[in-house]
Design a protein around this ligand. Structure first.
Ligand code: ATP
Length: 278
């Protein structure tokens, strides 16, 4: 079990090191973090740091996690906005909510990352027809564009990340370069990436929970086999597999039984269990 060291970091904060696979994405985010941590170098070369990032890909592939990890890497405060929640059915309500978010953002003195998730909800009806609902959403999209321009102009401390499962629903003008300079695809993981996600998650659990005299995982884990067996699943699914196994072990423990460490078979059964239940 050479690849599962007992000396893993015990921090609960999400970092880019915890991301399984997605090496290109992680490298790009590290570079963005450097641009925030070294404003002097950026200024010397007249380089503009990217302040808008669009992340797109299927649900559960790590977009939110990557955003949090980026915030940590920058040392930025993390603010998550559930985009559908700011959309208000009353005339002008959505615009007002959006303006308030950006008005506050223009004043942030320290680095802050604002995540708009389900970003496509802002524009998902745009172009769908001339009805009142789509006109209202077009107005919201217009406000967003304007506010984003003003923010980038006025406050270099803020970085805006928008995530979506449906990039084709997001109006091109909304995410054009200048507003969202960086567009990142976060794909569904392949076998090797899933093995890597298992490895990182298990390593994290070991770091946090194993103590002298308490072994959480058995020695027989074969991560490559787990990566293949979990075909089609995402990082979120793998997290759920582990959650189920942890819960089952805790229940045995609570029942006063002697509990064996989590084994390859426990994990494979949970993978099959999750497949059966979805
Ligand atoms: P949605 O589009 O539904 O909002 P998402 O892409 O934002 O989904 P996350 O919420 O970031 O997905 O992922 C859920 C959880 O799955 C994360 O908290 C993380 O624990 C885990 N996860 C997903 N992908 C990875 C990965 N590549 N490496 C490590 N963990 C991952």
């Amino acid at each position: 079990r050479d690849n599962l060291p007992r000396t893993a970091p015990t921090t609960q904060d999400v970092t880019l090191d915890m991301v399984g696979g997605l090496a290109d994405v992680v490298a790009e985010l590290r570079q963005i973090a450097v641009s925030f941590r070294h404003p002097e170098a950026m200024a010397r070369w007249g380089a503009r740091r990217p302040q808008g990032i669009l992340m797109y890909g299927p649900p559960g592939t790590g977009k939110t996690m990557l955003s949090r990890a980026l915030a940590n890497e920058i040392g930025a405060e993390f603010r998550e906005i559930r985009t559908p929640e700011i959309l208000d059915k009353w005339l002008g309500g959505s615009e007002k909510n959006l303006k308030e978010i950006f008005r506050a953002a223009r004043r942030y003195k320290t680095p802050t990352l604002i995540l708009f998730d389900e970003f496509d909800s802002i524009v998902s009806y745009a172009g769908a027809g001339g009805d009142a609902a789509s006109q209202a959403l077009n107005a919201v999209a217009g406000i967003f564009k304007q506010e984003m321009n003003d923010l980038i102009e006025e406050n270099p401390n803020v970085i805006v990340v928008a995530t979506t499962n449906f990039p084709h629903r997001v109006d091109e003008s909304l995410i054009r370069s200048g507003r969202f300079d960086v567009k990142i695809s976060v794909p569904r993981p392949d076998d090797v990436t899933r093995a890597e996600i298992f490895r990182k998650m298990i390593r994290g659990l070991i770091g946090v929970h194993e103590k002298p005299g308490f072994r959480m995982f058995a020695d027989d884990l074969d991560l490559a086999v787990l990566g293949t067996a979990s075909g089609g699943m995402t990082g979120a699914d793998i997290k759920e597999v582990l959650r189920r196994v942890q819960l089952a072990k805790a229940m045995e423990d609570a029942g006063g039984r002697t509990v064996t460490p989590i084994s390859q078979q426990d994990l494979l059964s949970a993978v099959e269990g999750l497949r059966g239940s979805s």
